[in-house]
Design a protein. Sequence first.
Length: 202
Amino acid sequence: MKRLVGFMAGAAVAALAVLALAVTTKTWTVTSFRDFDDGEAKGVLIGPQGDAQAGIGTKRTDLGAPLAMSSLAIGKRVLLGSGDEGAVLSYEAGKVRPLAKLDGVTLVATLALSPDGKTVWAGGTPGGGVFAIELATGKPRKLATLEGGDHVWAIVPSADGKTLWVGTGPDGKLFSVDVASGKSKVLWDSGKKHLLSVLEDA
């Protein structure tokens, strides 16, 4: 029995010795950002000076819709304009819920927040409708229907929140919409088919 135990102990020591020989220490020197190109960063962000910090994680979430065409971040909440049912979805803390449904709209192409943070302006296609959604309740109402602007691609509120600048198709026109009355007018005809984005010059 003593011989058996002694043999086993000797074998264990021999095995540890083999493992110790199999593990080698590797060192490398990093002198520039390009030195990181030889490796692959996983879960870490490498800065331009070679500094490392926790990277951005991603997670796949089922929206219950075939696509998301537009998005609007409000704090830790993200609103998504979807298709094919013209729904505005709310994503927060890993959960998706419906916020509003825009009548007559198939695809919600644009979302914008009012300066006071109480209203979300939305538009899409078809129908040329500009909608106001109460953020607290999710209740939508049609503010305006743009004549000749069947596709609403972009909405930008003015700094005072009294006017909306709206880029449309299929005639590439820029509209202004009065928030109080809902009245609209063409400010500019681009001569192109679609005006996809609008930016207010401060």
